[in-house]
Design a protein around this ligand. Structure first.
Ligand code: FAD
Length: 418
């Protein structure tokens, strides 16, 4: 079998550009196709912990990541009367250890894109329309009508992966609803926050408003979570319908909620989605393989999706190089290495999804009481450490192997030591 060299990657967010970076470094020829007309910026803040930080350093982007840090100072919990009940520093809120960081998803995507754009072909405003794997290569027809042939295709196109649908089938077969929905959008900075987040809980609901160091003047992010055991039926492209669903879920709630919700009307970056995970028995079929959320979304509840996307990109490219471009060997090794860590993070997501919202007023009152009294107890450090250790374990759940020493020969396709 001829060693693979050309790789089409669908999706230019985190997993796609990170994979392109490593593949190019090993001498493969990656092309990234992104459905959006330009790189999607902004979004929400994502934690980078453990292996993810180490991989940013290996990719040569750690300085840019540090410069884009949200630089959050901390957060407070307020009760229904708007009184601050407790405050926590950012490291404890994020379960972060020394060296970990946090930045906006769009900023990380921008950093990876800038790092790779000179060496990697990016096709914006296009998408795979169909693909045919004949065993020797993959014929791809794009929405634009262009036809090309690649040795391999990687679906790095997120939880609602189009590549996965084309090759593995409908998403509903693989999606597990974790019982809640999340919405986030940019809004006026109603609470006058500066590198600070404010949390407020209602039965089965959580509201978080935050403003990071990079937030445009006078703006903040309004984030809403609400629990609902059943999946909601709506059109994923119909933003107006999603805004109505959000407004209905929070109708009648007081505190600052009515005006925070009303701001959704003017938001042009409105995000609304289920908190869900994706399970597949296999992440590859023939010459097509899935990566990041497309393969194994562990949901925002795990707080590790970005880290897993970066780690998966590193492992997939490294195994392809180590196997000399033999995709059968590489895809098996990639999955074997990644699976245990993904499953650990999925268990974390299940646990966190249950804890994101609280079902009754008295349980909210209890949680606020604990928050108020815990910092004064002698066990506060023990509890903070237990929480941090669980999150840190998840952030290092996939071993970071050494793949140095491989380069796929640019002319011959053979692997040489470097
Ligand atoms: C509110 C929220 C908070 C989060 N917080 C954290 C956190 O603290 N820490 C953390 O690690 N993770 C967090 N995550 C999860 C994290 O954002 C994802 O796990 C991560 O972005 C996955 O990266 P990805 O590249 O696999 O997919 P995505 O980031 O989803 O990117 C998929 C890309 O594919 C593109 N695409 C889609 N369809 C097509 C198509 N047909 N053709 C071409 N391109 C296509 C999309 O436009 C997009 O650019 C959070 C998620 C949310 C929603």
């Amino acid at each position: 079998m001829r060693a693979a060299r050309t790789v089409l990657i669908s999706g230019a967010s985190i997993a796609g550009p990170a994979l392109a970076l490593w593949l190019h470094r090993y001498g493969f020829v990656p092309t990234v196709v992104e459905r959006a007309p330009a790189l999607r910026t902004g979004g929400y803040k994502v934690d980078l912990r453990g292996s993810a930080i180490e991989l940013c350093e290996r990719m040569g982007v750690l300085a840019e990541v540090r410069a884009a840090s949200t630089d959050m100072a901390g957060g407070s919990y307020v009760d229904a009367r708007g009184r601050t009940v407790g405050e926590l520093p950012a490291e404890i809120l994020g379960g972060r250890a020394e060296g970990d960081d946090e930045l906006m998803r769009g900023d990380l995507a921008g950093i990876l894109y800038e790092k790779t754009r000179q060496d990697v072909e990016y096709l914006f405003g296009d998408s795979i329309a169909s693909l045919h794997d004949d065993g020797e290569g993959v014929d791809v027809t794009f929405e634009s009508g262009t036809r090309r042939r690649f040795d391999l295709v990687v679906g790095a196109d997120g939880m609602h992966s189009h590549t996965r649908r084309l090759v593995f089938g409908e998403e509903s077969r693989f999606r597990e609803h974790l019982g809640a929905y999340v919405s986030i959008f940019t809004a006026p900075n109603r609470l006058d926050l500066d590198r600070w987040e404010t949390y407020h809980a209602r039965p089965d609901k959580l509201i978080c408003v935050y403003s990071t160091s990079g937030e445009a003047a006078g703006t903040a992010k309004n984030l809403f979570v609400f629990a609902t055991p059943a999946e909601l039926a709506y059109d994923h492209r119909d933003t107006a319908a999603q805004k109505r669903l959000l407004a209905d879920a929070f109708a009648g709630d007081d505190w600052e909620i009515p005006r925070l919700i009303a701001d959704a009307a003017d938001a042009d970056d409105f995000y609304f989605d289920a908190i869900a995970t994706i399970h597949l028995d296999r992440w590859s079929q023939g010459r097509v393989v899935l990566l990041g959320d497309a393969a194994h979304c562990t949901s925002p509840a795990s707080g590790q999706g970005t880290g897993l996307a970066l780690t998966g990109a590193y492992v997939l490219a490294g195994e392809l190089a180590a196997a000399g471009g033999d995709h059968v060997v590489a895809f098996t090794a990639y999955e074997t290495l990644m699976r245990p860590g993904v499953e650990l993070n999925r268990r974390l997501a299940h646990k966190m999804a249950k804890q994101m919202t609280v079902p009754s007023r008295w349980k909210i009152a209890l949680r606020l009481f604990l928050l108020r009294t815990l910092p004064k107890t002698p066990w506060k450090n023990l509890i903070a450490r237990a929480i941090r250790e669980e999150i840190q374990g998840a952030a290092r759940a996939v071993p970071v192997k050494e793949y140095g020493g491989y380069e796929v020969g640019r002319a011959s396709g053979a692997v040489q030591g470097v």
